[in-house]
Design a protein around this ligand. Structure first.
Ligand SMILES: *[C@@H]1O[C@H](CO)[C@@H](O)[C@H](O)[C@H]1NC(C)=O
Ligand SMILES: *[C@@H]1O[C@H](CO)[C@@H](O)[C@H](O)[C@H]1NC(C)=O
Length: 401
């Protein structure tokens, strides 16, 4: 499979100008590719000045995927939270808004339809809805207020010949794709928390239920003591067009009180299957290959969790992309003092998987960076370390079987 990640990584280093690449059948004709690598530092985690802000989000590198739980009046399906937006806060929690009024586009529906994103538009009509029914104005507001502030969505970052507004189309596609991996309703109900007219919760009960289900703590916002919004926080590697979102714990708690929080039901109907956010799909079994920052695949992981070019081991994945454990024929896989291994005495660690193009990347503690001392060849097996502390960087990619 020739992936977008590989394409992006290969071309990002070789060519200055990005490309337009065709993707899956859901998109009517094409989706922009940024040409940016996703193997550099995550936003807000650079240790040196980044000069190419088309491929490094700055200053808005702290991203919030904000969601609503609207009950008065109710909006959206009764069994799903809805999209508010994707906001680029600065790394120090300050923020910019309304960054370029020359790009305050109107007729977002027309823009999405004209540029081949009708499937994104129809998803938005169910899950990105305004409390007063003014969806078009709401989308225009989210784009103008927040979307125009992304450095990686500047028109000069787009492929040559892109139509006007292509960066806004990419923004809406990215927000929808990210929201689909953040099923707040399902995560709460998996922990026994469903909307109720009588129950109340403490902040820590709600936050820790969501941390258990998703792997990360969001910020919770209330109208008085009624839960009505949530923010899931991220940094990003590469461009908002097609980069890798790296989940992080919320750097601040939201506006809800510490106790007495209600989570009332919505009126209206539940969604039918298939539409709502699912948390992405994790195969139950597969192999893990290693993609180097050059874009080449070099072998992958064996049953002890080492990196090698020998026949790859079968890994069993349990959980969701947001939070899962892995085992091989040798035993549990885990990380201890920065070293990854699988074996009978290993206690299982929790991993997450992030989507990048058509790849599912393994992340530990929110980072997709893994390293070894050298590139293996022949029968050599290299120890796998989490983080970037050893000489050879690569990203482990799950290939379902
Ligand atoms: C990270 O990159 C941004 C953009 O170039 C820069 O403003 C910031 O100072 C950098 N941070 C560090 C710690 O070098
Ligand atoms: C919105 O855009 C579409 C597609 O470009 C166009 O056909 C339609 O006339 C526009 N509507 C308005 C109200 O401008």
């Amino acid at each position: 499979m020739f992936s977008l990640l590989v394409l992006g990584a290969l071309l990002g280093s070789a060519l200055a100008s990005p490309l337009i690449t065709p993707v899956g059948p859901m998109d009517l004709f094409k989706r922009i590719s940024s040409g940016c690598s996703t193997s550099g530092p995550a936003s807000c985690h650079n240790r040196t000045t980044q000069s190419n802000l088309c491929c490094f989000e700055s200053p808005g590198g702290l991203l919030l995927q904000t969601q609503f739980w609207d009950t008065n009046p109710s909006t959206g399906p009764s069994n799903s939270w809805t999209i508010h937006g994707l906001w680029p806060d600065h790394c120090d929690l300050t923020y910019s808004e309304n960054c370029d009024s020359t790009r305050d586009y109107t007729n977002i529906s027309g823009l999405l339809t004209a540029q081949g994103a009708s499937s994104t538009l129809s998803y938005m009509q169910t899950y990105w809805v305004d409390i007063n029914g003014q969806n078009e104005q709401f989308w225009e507001h989210e784009w103008a207020t927040h979307g125009t502030c992304y450095s990686t969505l500047e028109p000069s970052c787009l492929p040559n010949g892109s139509p006007t507004g292509a960066e806004a189309v990419a923004f809406f596609q990215t927000v929808v794709k990210l929201f689909q991996t953040l099923p707040t309703y399902t995560w709460l109900s998996s922990q026994g928390i469903t909307p109720s007219t009588s129950a109340t919760y403490t902040y820590s009960t709600l936050a820790s239920a969501l941390k258990t289900a998703s792997g990360y703590t969001p910020a919770l916002n209330c109208d008085g003591s009624t839960l009505d919004a949530i923010s899931w926080y991220f940094n990003i590697k590469g461009s908002v067009i097609d980069g890798t979102f790296v989940a992080i714990d919320a750097p601040q708690s939201g506006s809800c009180p510490t106790s007495g929080i209600s989570y009332p039901p919505k009126s209206g109907s539940a969604t039918t299957t298939g539409g709502g956010p699912t948390g992405g799909s994790l195969p139950s079994k597969g192999t893990i290959k290693a993609i180097e920052s050059s874009g080449s695949t070099v072998g992958g992981l064996l049953s002890a969790g080492t990196w090698s070019t020998q026949t790859l081991a079968t890994y069993t994945f349990t959980g969701t992309t947001s939070s899962f454990t892995m085992t091989t024929s040798k035993g549990n896989c885990g990380v201890s003092s920065g070293t990854f291994s699988c074996g009978s005495g290993v206690s299982a660690s929790t991993f997450s998987a992030v989507t990048s193009g058509s790849n599912l990347l393994v992340a530990y503690s929110g980072s997709t960076a893994f390293t070894s001392d050298a590139v293996p060849s022949g029968s050599v097996q290299e120890t796998v370390y989490t983080g970037s502390s050893h000489a050879q960087d690569y990203t482990p990619v799950i290939v379902g079987s």
